[in-house]
Design a protein around this ligand. Structure first.
Ligand code: 13P
Length: 287
């Protein structure tokens, strides 16, 4: 059964580790992530962007697929199904469809409007026992065609949003979605520290988990990050493994055109990536 992400993240914050949010795009990715979480006895969050939700033919399809897998694969570790960077309307659709967690990304609204919409959505989510993440300070990079500049959030604005009763908070600290540019200045630990001082026990979320050096990940966890989002790294691993398989001509031989064989190397590559991240984040055996 799907669970809200609140308990797993409160435990992670108290235990000084982070739970990975791995974004899903199709059946293979979902199965790879769930199997790895079960094998490593780790809690996990499946992230669904609005674009990925649409691609997978809608939120109801996603909920049906994930619930089916939890049962058929005998998954017993805590699993949350979470809307990633949700719009106001997208949040309501996911609450309706049966997601167990949502993110309302109001970071592009003026702070008063972000506060107003977040307040309303906190109430709607909690009425259904669903956890809710809010965002302050846009995360850089491109996501679903929207390019953000990679801000550092204002700690006082973070405190204002935290006080609305959100269950965890994403704050921009110089992080970027996708590959980091060569001249990236790194995470602003000063900002993260200031945010944690003001928001206390609230689990903080680090977006853009792809390609952040291990020492920075560990430092961010020590400063209150309890959820780390990874998307691009799984995409890169899946694409590289699939490309290699095709370039080696395996799709021409035997029954290589069988989609189950064609997608198998990508499936294994995602499993390996998720394993590596869960080990780095410290969530292994924390289910
Ligand atoms: P990456 O694509 O950089 O891993 O970021 C994922 C993310 O933050 C999703 O919200």
């Amino acid at each position: 059964m799907l669970v809200s992400a609140t308990e797993m993240l409160n435990k992670a914050k108290a235990g000084h580790y982070a739970v990975g949010q791995f974004n899903i795009n199709n059946l293979e990715w979902t199965k790879a992530i769930l199997q790895t979480a079960q094998e490593l006895n780790s809690p996990v969050i499946l992230g669904v962007s609005e674009g990925a939700g649409k691609y997978m033919t809608g939120y109801k399809t996603v909920v049906g697929m994930v619930n089916g897998m939890l049962e058929e694969l005998n998954i017993t570790v805590p699993v949350a199904l979470h809307l990633d960077h949700g719009s106001y309307d997208g949040c309501y659709k996911c609450l309706e469809a049966g997601f167990s967690s949502i993110m309302f990304d109001g970071s592009h609204y003026p702070i008063d409007e972000n506060v107003e919409k977040t307040t309303e959505l906190v109430k709607a989510a909690h009425e259904k026992g669903v956890s809710i993440e809010a965002e302050v300070g846009a995360i850089g990079g491109e996501e679903d065609g929207v390019v953000g500049m990679g801000e550092c959030a204002d700690p006082n604005e973070c405190k204002r949003i935290a006080d609305l009763g959100v269950d965890f908070l994403a704050a921009g600290i110089g992080n970027i979605h996708g590959k980091y540019p060569a001249n990236w200045k790194g995470l602003s630990f000063e900002t993260l520290d200031a945010i944690q001082q003001l928001t206390g026990e609230l689990p903080l979320v680090l977006h853009g988990g792809t390609g952040i050096p291990a020492d920075m990940i560990k430092k961010a966890i020590s400063l209150g990050v309890a959820k780390i989002n990874v998307n691009t790294e799984c995409q890169l691993a899946f694409a590289a493994a699939t490309r290699k398989y095709i370039e080696e001509g395996k799709d021409e031989q035997g029954k290589g055109y069988d989609p189950r064989k064609l997608l198998a190397p990508g499936f294994e590559a995602i499993k390996a990536t998720v394993k590596e991240k869960m080990e780095l984040f410290g969530s292994v055996d924390k289910a």
